[in-house]
Design a protein around this ligand. Structure first.
Ligand SMILES: Cc1cc2nc3c(=O)[nH]c(=O)nc-3n(C[C@H](O)[C@H](O)[C@H](O)COP(=O)(O)O)c2cc1C
Length: 488
């Protein structure tokens, strides 16, 4: 039987330690956001539909983006235990200079339309956090203003090669003169992807007022006040602007750009050069042979080719094959620090976030971007500690298994044999012949030398939810961290 008594003041007093309310609405709002998804919800409430959809949306049926996010959801982490993780080092060198965290801000166009502080907020927040900021060719703040907002930090310039090459290269010269240390050459936009949300919203530059936009504006007065009382939206680097976003992009991009043009750009840029938008091992190899400093495995946040390769799935093989020759960076779909840690473990040197940054910006300008970086940074550090690693160098492929929901459709062993036979390498032919005679499924997967055929073989032997054993990567040995003997 429980004995009851009257509550005493001395027991109640410690429970009545009420927090003083924060009367700063923005601070309260941002402090309540614990994840990037929380910032995304705040952003949606505060931004007109057309601008929010422009940020949130992807191309066609938005399958590329959904799959990229699903690939990150399908991570299994393998932690180590009993390591000293009282302090973790979340930084290392990227392209020859230090970063405090293994991610940076990806280049995004039209940024001041999402929130009036735009690139100034992004670059200042990045500089304060010790991570790189990338300014897009389609940015809405000038190269020099970004430099002034982030004078001591790392600024990268993203180049779209467009029809007027002299003007493209004039931008590159300005970026070099302003001390930008890295040029990102984006190569996945020969034409604009079909952003259907923008078409449906009648989204144009500058935004057009219709009855719909006015009604949508009513609950979002701050955005409109900002929009109407600050410098009109304009491209800081380009002068021509009118029409829908797709029309605008299509008149500007040069679909004739080739590897030769890239070599020509490289010869003129004094700093590091990263090619953004690489989506195959073959192209990665060609770029490594050209002496490019780094590549970004990316499908442009799903905004270009729909049903494109999933960058996170490409990563292990690309890192294993060419990671020794150049840095491998990755973006598309990153929404948490755990996604970043998994990418580093599988061989990425660096990652970039586009929407995660823009959600923070739309949720609260500069402080919102600070919040994005803080959330991701805390998640990176916590995930590392929970994995039992104290530095990025200790992360290796043994920490992550990519569970595969998106495996190719299972096919009959006979088809595997036929595919193997089509490949002219003798060893492949032999193993295919063996597998045709007797289909010991596991053996087929191990013996086939050609990666494409091996993929078929694996798919023929697995249920879609099974977890394949991954070959150990050459790049970083999977040796456990050497742990100091416990103190007596
Ligand atoms: C609103 C928006 C605008 C973008 N503009 C550019 C751009 O001008 N140049 C570029 O190379 N990439 C651009 N990107 C792609 C990003 O640099 C990055 O590849 C992508 O956002 C990564 O995916 P995530 O948004 O899921 O992080 C843009 C992305 C978004 C969301």
């Amino acid at each position: 039987m429980v004995e009851r008594r009257f509550p005493r003041y001395k027991d109640l007093a410690p429970l009545m330690n009420f927090k003083t309310p924060d009367f700063n609405a923005k601070r309260r709002r941002l402090a309540g956001a614990l994840t990037i998804q929380d910032l995304q919800k705040i952003a949606q409430r505060r931004t007109p539909k057309a601008a929010f959809d422009y940020t949130e949306g992807a191309a066609e049926a938005e399958i590329s983006l959904r799959r990229a996010r699903q690939a990150f959801e399908d991570i299994q982490f393998n932690p180590g235990i009993l390591r000293d993780v009282s302090t973790v080092n979340t930084g290392w060198d990227v392209l020859g200079a230090p970063v405090a965290l293994p991610f940076g801000i990806a280049p995004t166009g039209f940024t001041r339309m999402m929130q009036t502080e735009g690139e100034l907020a992004g670059s200042a927040a990045a500089g304060a956090a010790g991570i790189p900021f990338s300014l897009s060719t389609m940015g809405t703040t000038s190269i020099e203003a970004v430099k002034a907002a982030n004078p001591d930090g790392r600024n990268w310039f993203q180049l779209y090669m467009w029809n007027d090459r002299d003007r493209s290269m004039a931008l590159v010269e300005r970026a070099a003169a302003a001390g930008f240390d890295t040029l990102l050459v984006t190569v996945d936009v020969p034409v604009a992807g079909a952003r259907l949300r923008d078409k449906r919203n009648g989204f144009s530059i500058p935004p057009q007022l219709t009855i719909g936009t006015v009604l949508n504006a009513l609950p979002r007065p701050e955005w409109w006040i900002n929009f109407l009382t600050t410098e009109p939206l304009a491209f800081a680097s380009l002068s021509r602007m009118s029409g829908t976003v797709g029309e605008l992009l299509d008149t500007m991009f040069d679909p004739t750009v080739t590897f030769e043009d890239l070599a020509w750009i490289k010869a003129q840029w004094p700093g590091k050069l990263v090619v953004k938008g690489v989506q195959s091992l073959a192209d990665a190899r060609t770029l490594a042979d050209m002496g490019i400093d780094g590549i970004t495995l990316s499908n442009h946040g799903g905004r270009q080719l729909d049903r494109a390769p999933i960058p996170f799935h490409l990563l292990p093989e690309v890192a294993r094959e060419v990671g020794g020759d150049m840095e491998i960076h990755l973006d598309t779909g990153i929404m948490s620090g755990a996604d970043i840690v998994a990418s580093i473990a599988l061989g990425a040197r660096f990652t970039m976030v586009g929407r995660a940054y823009l959600y923070g910006l739309m949720a609260g300008g500069r402080e919102g971007v600070d919040r994005t970086i803080a959330i991701l940074g805390e998640q990176v550090a916590r995930t590392m500690k929970l994995l039992g690693v104290a530095s990025l160098e200790e992360l290796n492929p043994s920490h992550v298994i990519q569970l595969e929901r998106l495996v190719p459709r299972a096919i009959a062993p006979a088809q595997v044999a036929a595919a193997s036979a089509a490949v002219s390498r003798p060893s492949v032919g032999r193993s295919a012949a063996r597998s045709a005679r007797k289909p010991p499924a596991a053996t087929v997967a191990v013996e086939v030398a050609d990666p494409a055929v091996a993929a078929l073989a694996v798919s023929a032997t697995q249920t879609p939810t099974s977890t394949p054993k991954r070959a150990p990567a050459k790049r970083k040995p999977a040796a456990p961290k050497v742990v100091a003997a416990p103190k007596a």
